[in-house]
Write a protein of this length. Structure first.
Length: 392
């Protein structure tokens, strides 16, 4: 019977003993290439393995591409829209102060005063949320409910909704300080609930005799964990920086060990194999042997990793869409980001022009009253100050 050479022999060379190890940095994807089955008629298991390998690599590249796209677009986005946003905020602030000043003088009806106060509150609220303490004071002076009270009320309403969904209290009888704190508690409760359900199902399944399929699945999971641990331990043994007296090598190994620990924590098989190749602790043939000998275990790891990367990609895409003002599920590309930026630029420019005109109109008392009447007569079923003229 032919035996393959062990992937991790006891006498594997220490990275520090290989003088050229620091220079043996391989191109990205070397581990993928070495693992992939390419010759002969492939079995169903090998075909599935190759598909997962390709999918994992594509997802990782898409994540890198999306991050690079956002990083490239961000400076232009800020330079184009930043000054317009600053100018619009200043105009909103001036309008709020101008309206407050006008309310200090006589000549307005109760209805006009109420209307002006609602506009002040709407203008000041957004500015206060951005950290303008003076605008928060102005809002609270014109509102029956302070911003802090409004937030507390919103948190209480959301907490009640989440408790209805979860079917039990969130565990804080004193309430939460912020909406973010409450949502974090909700997510923690949901994770604990899901974990308890999974443990209950696992306990229920464990009471009876395990099927051959269950036993095979458990064995594959154990093999997968064993393969990760073996690679990780060999890397730690070879790359531990405390064994290095040379300053340059100590720094290099410290950086590598940081990458090793991060890859092991996220169960990233390909990253660990890539680090092996970088450190000259394995070659392409040894990695290929691993694929042949541990195909089922590695398939489990690749499937896990593909699922993680799929979630990570969606989160990055959603964050990028939100950051640059695109709607959820909009196509994400350099072209779509530029189109959205141009549209936002045009809208902001229109807002600025309108606000400057409105500030001129409210200088004169008769025109100011006419302006107020126009806001009240906006085409809406009910008056909503948050929909006035693009201020909000």
């Amino acid at each position: 019977m032919h035996h393959q050479a062990p992937l991790f022999p006891d006498n594997a060379p220490d990275a520090s003993a290989t003088s050229t190890s620091a220079d043996k940095l391989t191109e990205p994807g070397t581990a993928v290439t070495a693992l992939k089955f390419t010759s002969g008629q492939l079995s169903p298991e090998q075909q599935r393995f190759n598909k997962l390998l390709t999918r994992t690599e594509k997802l990782a590249r898409k994540i890198e591409t999306t991050r690079a796209l956002a990083d490239t677009h961000r400076p232009m986005h800020g330079a184009t829209l930043g000054p317009l946003l600053t100018e619009r905020s200043a105009l909103m602030r001036n309008m709020a102060l101008r309206l407050d000043e006008r309310l200090q003088r006589k000549g307005l009806t109760a209805k006009q005063k109420r209307m002006a106060s609602e506009i002040i509150c709407s203008l000041a609220a957004g500015l206060a949320m951005a950290g303008d303490a003076a605008m928060q004071q102005l809002h609270d002076a014109h509102s029956d409910e302070t911003l802090a009270e409004q937030e507390k009320s919103a948190v209480a309403d959301m907490q009640e909704l989440m408790e209805d969904i979860l079917g039990k209290p969130l565990g804080d009888t004193q309430g939460f300080e912020s909406l973010q704190e409450m949502l974090q508690a909700s997510m923690k409760q949901m994770h604990e609930h899901n974990r308890a359900q999974e443990e209950a199902r696992a306990t229920h399944k464990g009471r009876g005799k395990k099927s051959a399929r269950q036993q095979q699945s458990e064995q594959q999971a154990q093999d997968a964990n064993g393969a990760l641990r073996t690679i990780y331990r060999q890397l730690v043994s070879a790359l531990h920086p405390d064994r290095e007296s040379d300053t340059h090598e100590h720094s290099r190994k410290t950086a590598l060990m940081k990458d090793v620990n991060a890859a092991y924590e996220r169960r990233d098989l390909l990253a660990l194999l890539q680090l092996q190749l970088r450190a000259a602790l394995a070659d392409g043939e040894m990695v290929a042997n691993l694929a042949r000998e541990k195909i089922m275990a590695l398939t489990v790891l690749l499937k896990e990793r593909a699922e993680v990367l799929t979630r990570e990609l969606r989160e990055i895409e959603m964050h990028t869409l939100s950051e640059f003002g695109l709607p959820p599920y909009a196509p994400l590309s350099a072209a779509s980001l530029k189109r959205a930026m141009v549209e936002q630029q045009q809208n902001l420019q229109a807002d600025v022009v309108m606000m400057k005109r409105d500030l001129q109109r409210v200088q004169e008392d008769a025109e100011f009253k006419r302006w107020l009447r126009e806001q009240r007569q906006a085409p809406q079923d009910d008056f909503d100050p948050f929909e006035l003229h693009g201020y909000f």
